[in-house]
Design a protein around this ligand. Structure first.
Ligand SMILES: *Cc1c(COP(=O)(O)O)cnc(C)c1O
Length: 458
């Protein structure tokens, strides 16, 4: 064996000396001893293997690696972070933060029993989800509704229940990938449906749908092209035209509406986003949407439609596999109540962010700078935010941001410090500056942000 390797192996700390080292003992103080010992053994074995392969640096990192293992078991990666990216519904940052009332409602039911499937008046078994269904009915005019794990589950369940082993007609311009490999054609196939694509990428006419309908066709499906836009020479028939055609042929009209929007985005200077109530109005049998995009609630999928269709979907065996727990039921209900009472703009973080004016955001940035004694590394700049989360592609909102420039370090290094600090701040890099958009920093996070920046600048 190579002499350097032998020497390095001899200098590799034993498992017991690792466990005796004060820093390991400190980092593992609240962890069960056998778990700490097991981690130390695994680190020692892997360091030995690396050294035998000639990687002698393993001896230098064994202690820090073990400390990171111990830290990793204790530090939740789901700790709150500050979203300074300017992207309001940020998928990588957990999409929509819920309102305070929603968080409280979810917490309250999480640690208690609730009358989820029993009617308190009669004491008899009663359907879950009645509260949510009543709220969705009041807001959209649908006859019935069901909530499931997410919109992907909503689409999968709907297709299984209504169109398994049969053809579903989809426009080529809407046979899209939503993200993370979730492709509509694959989802259709996985749900046991036969995809009948019609039209072309940019133009599909109602007659294309009509000529694809045969005796084995179960449904016509519209999918909201939420994360891209086809501009120029393009055409797609409206949802109501497609719904009418389906009804003429006695087959289902299904719409995947995407973001679950209940209030118009246009007054805020954003483009139109389909509203759930308009989808219902258009006459489709069933509409699906996400609960944690523009709806602004916890992760969920909404299935809305007429009584008979929703009943068919609800009684499919897969419904149980994708159903939500009591915390999500309570969270979606509480979020919907904000729309019922008209308090969504103030209470639901997504709508609070969308509705802040650029001048209000500019004064917010001013107040941050003042709290940080107008440090020379800071500058107030105009910026642009976006809704994100696969909603309103290409549409931005004028915003205001805090730019951080450190003459001693590049922007990447500043951004890394902010991300790994506590609290952690996610920002954008623009023109060699780290840019924190005031629109997406939540209402209760000013003090946390100032603390993070103070730590950075000190
Ligand atoms: C986001 C999106 C989905 C997936 O929704 P999840 O809630 O993430 O499962 C499906 N369809 C459209 C059009 C979407 O925008």
């Amino acid at each position: 064996m190579d002499e350097t390797i032998q020497r390095t192996l001899r200098s590799l700390p034993s498992v017991s000396s690792l466990l005796e080292s004060p820093e390991v003992a400190r980092a593992g103080a609240t962890i069960r001893a056998e778990i700490v010992a097991d981690l130390a053994r695994k680190r020692q074995e892997s360091a030995r293997a690396r050294i035998l392969r000639g990687d002698t640096s393993a001896v230098e990192t064994i202690v820090t690696d073990l400390l990171a293992d111990l830290e990793g078991l204790q530090q939740p990666t789901t700790a709150p972070v500050i979203n300074g990216t300017g992207i309001i519904v940020h998928t990588n940052l957990g999409r929509a933060p819920v309102s305070e009332a929603t968080a409280t409602a979810m917490q309250r039911v999480a640690s208690s029993n609730v009358a989820l499937e029993v009617d308190p008046v009669t004491g008899r078994r009663g359907g879950r989800g009645r509260e949510v269904a009543a709220l969705i009915r009041a807001l959209t005019g649908c006859e019935d509704a069901l909530i499931v794990n997410n919109n992907a589950a909503a689409i999968t369940l709907t297709l299984h229940a209504l169109a398994s082993d049969r053809r579903v007609v989809v426009s080529r311009g809407e046979a899209v990938e939503i993200g993370g490999g979730f492709r509509i054609p694959d989802v259709l196939r996985q749900s046991g449906c036969v995809l009948a694509e019609v039209g072309t990428t940019n133009r599909t006419y109602l007659r294309d749908y009509a000529s694809a309908i045969d005796e084995n066709t179960a449904a016509l499906m519209k999918i909201h092209a939420s994360n891209f836009a086809i501009l120029g020479f393009s055409h797609q028939p409206s949802t109501s035209e497609v719904a009418d055609l389906a009804r003429e042929h006695g087959i289902y009209a299904i719409e995947d509406a995407g973001s679950g929007c209940l209030v118009s985005t246009e007054p805020y200077g954003l483009g139109p986003e389909p509203l759930l109530q308009d989808s219902i109005e258009s006459g489709v049998h069933v509409v699906t949407a996400s609960g944690d995009k523009l709806l602004g609630g916890p992760q969920a999928g909404l299935i809305l439609g007429d009584r008979e269709t929703i009943d068919t979907i609800r009684s499919h065996p897969l419904a149980r596999a994708v159903r939500v727990d009591k915390t999500v039921q309570a969270g979606i209900a509480e979020t919907l109540r904000h729309y019922v009472t008209g308090t969504h703009e103030e209470e639901i973080p997504v709508w609070w962010s969308i509705s802040r004016s650029p001048s209000w955001l500019a004064s917010r940035v001013e107040s941050w700078m003042q709290a940080l004694d107008n440090h020379p590394a800071l500058e107030s700049i105009a910026s642009e935010s976006a809704v994100g989360g696969g909603s309103l592609p290409g549409k931005t909102l004028p915003s205001h941001a805090l730019a951080v420039r450190d003459p001693a370090r590049d922007a990447d290094s500043v951004a890394t410090s902010l991300r790994t600090g506590r609290p952690s701040v996610f920002a954008r890099i623009v023109d060699d500056a780290v840019v924190i958009d005031a629109r997406t920093v939540l209402r209760h996070q000013d003090d946390d942000l100032i603390e993070a920046l103070r730590a950075l600048l000190s």
